[in-house]
Design a protein around this ligand. Sequence first.
Ligand code: SF4
Length: 386
Amino acid sequence: MRTYCSFLGLHQCATIIPMLDKTIPGRTINIPPRSEIIKSIKEGGDLIAGVFPIHYPRELLRAFGIHPIEIWGPPRVDPSAGVSHLQPYVCSIVRNALAFQQSSGLDIVDLLLVPHACDSLQGLGSVLLDFIQPQQPIIPFYLPRADGDVAKEYLIAELKTLYIQLKIITGKTPSDDELQDAIVKEERYDEKFSELYIAREELPLSTESFYKLVRSREYVPGEDFVNLSDGVLDQRTDAENSYTGIILSGIVPEPMDLFTAVEDFGGRVVADDLACCGRRRYSAGRSQDPFERMAERLLSGPPDWNRGNSIGQRLDYLVEMIDRKKAKGILFYTVKFCEPELFDTPILRKALQSKGVPSLILEFDINDPLTNQALTRIEAFMEMIA
Ligand code: SF4
């Protein structure tokens, strides 16, 4: 079993992997907290970027010696510090992010990258840039809302703009070779991410622990993510299939005990269409030009409204996933006031229904625990499709 760990050091990592061994019989996993990772990265001399959802070029940040730590909320913070700057109908991910920033939770990061995933995130970027003006540089990042060559051309230009902004902040000018090196590394980490998905039913982990592991890609350095993943992949067992499989679609699975709740009702999430997870299974690029290759990668993910994919493309993708995973239904788990998801979901559900695929929609706020009402609806759904 691999024990090398670049951010905690060999000795400390040797304590993580045995912890993993001990906890596998209970199908759980221990992953170092963000605070420990940030401290270790800072001590190593790299900068930290706080990155908001959803898509961005990790490799470009890494080429400049910047480690991305993603900010999906965070959940369960006091949201009151951010509410005066936002409309009451803004989603809890953006509301919490601003509250966290206003409560000094982001003071540790050296820059903030705000991809334009949706109007709420674009609004957050504007509030930060124009009103709050925090100590760190704020960098917006725009994705094309289209397919094909036009999208690639646009994205290449956007990546070059980001390169210049990072050059100004860091004073570094990574060469094409250094960019390619960073790209190839991230492609390897993404391959490991996909390997976990392919082997998920054979892994000695509960679904909640599986998602803790894949979501550690949001903040754990790539080499350490590979080591953690290999520690689990090395212990594959025979797949067990005495459950009713469902697909989870949405932005982020919070609270994470959602997975355990589904298991308690005899089900299991066997695949996902989550913005923080499955919608970011990028493929390796092919171009020898680093900017083109980064663009190829970002455009290679599964269908997502965020990159302008149609509802029809999303439907085909979900139907194929249902068939391949022999799932019995889809749970649309949607953040309250998440307009882009709420635009697609009714049409998707209707189309799925016409194909005989049952679905359930639940809305949630990332500060809330799973309510009794939500549990009752999940239980009824699982009973209906079993
Ligand atoms: S939950 Fe929806 S509205 Fe909120 S930041 Fe994410 S994509 Fe945007």
